[in-house]
Design a binder for this molecule. Sequence first.
Ligand code: GUN
Ligand code: FE
Length: 431
Amino acid sequence: MDHKQENNNYPLILKGTVIWSDENRRYQIVPGGYLIGEAGICQGVFETLPDEYKGIPVQDYQDQLIIPGMTDLHVHAPQYGSRGFGMDLELLEWLNTYTFPEEAKYKELEYAQKGYSVFVNDLVQSPTTRACIFATIHKEATLLLMDLLEESGLVTYTGKVNMDRNSPDFLCEKDVQTALEETIQWIVESRNRYQNTMPILTPRFVPSCSDELMRGIRDIMEEYKLPVQSHLSENRNEIAWVHELCPNTACYGEAYDQFDLFGSKDPAIMAHCVHSGLRERKLMKERGTYIAHCPQSNLNLASGIAPVRTYLEENQKIGLGTDVAGGANLSLFRAATDAIQMSKMYYCYVDSKKAPLTMEEAFYLATRGGGSFFGRVGYFEKGCELDALVLSEQEIPTPKVLSVEERLERIFYLAEKTAVAHKFVRGKQLY
Ligand code: GUN
Ligand code: FE
């Protein structure tokens, strides 16, 4: 690299084999392309350098692949230390046995500092440039996480979790009043403090949130105009429990929608949607609800196989989530290939009319699909925010001559950390 672009007021010109998804989920590929950004905004990809940019230094990456930054639509920061073990239980038992006791430790700022530093450092090294993150119920530790995220240069939504029922004493809001007051304090503080780190309302899931708490969250949403993130139709026992708790709703989604927390007013992301039936899918479509598809977590916790092909056919809003620690891997390379693999199982065992995802579709989900939650992000057209990754295959040599598509697919399947050589967020180079 000959020039490190520090200042996003000066045009950024990256040269390499540039790849992104068009709106039909097909690759656009420009070998030897010039990807140009000004003030963090993409000006387009050009086969030859336009005259007005002549004389400006070019960061020439030769034939290395340059792709959009990726979006993780669903990840739990305090569960990062619990990745890769304790996969022997299903969701509800897993939460009570492993997850809640661990999250309770984040009351202590010293522990939170340690856990969140490791998480943020690894997130920076991963292919992710944007993420929607769950913290814990603790306001101060959530702000600490947000400080670290702001410093990292990534662009994120982070939520202080709300939970006030069916929760252990050691991980439960004191009462609704206190929960809502603290949530408001957290929103006000974070709005004053950050540029790239935004608050998102985070009722954990229906079993954890009383009606009174949900109503309070709706009022906050209306006053502060904030998006919402939660969990939906992940596990069969969970769904049966929601049905008991909310007898007047026809599907799990309605249990959020009755409080306007399903995307009818401000945008909402629902993680999992493994078992969403016709009625729920229709509601998601009407409300523009985002689906965070978390294939590895759905496998690890034996939750099931989400009908991703159906979601694509229905033109639902959908991206990928790692759902750490339900998922063990923070890399969206992995989430994308996990999505393909799970869709093959769906095709084999559930419905042979639902074709497996293609690599192009998985790439779309990881970049443009999830990126759209953040606006015009995750592809390279004029006017998009410029998040880009320069990829390296140095650590995965092969004697074979591969096409661009094959090289990209291999990088995803091998999911080596070293594949992300350089990262740009909003036109600013992080490394
Ligand atoms: N549902 C409610 N909380 C959680 C969580 O932490 N992880 C997963 N996978 N599902 C949830
Ligand atoms: Fe989750």
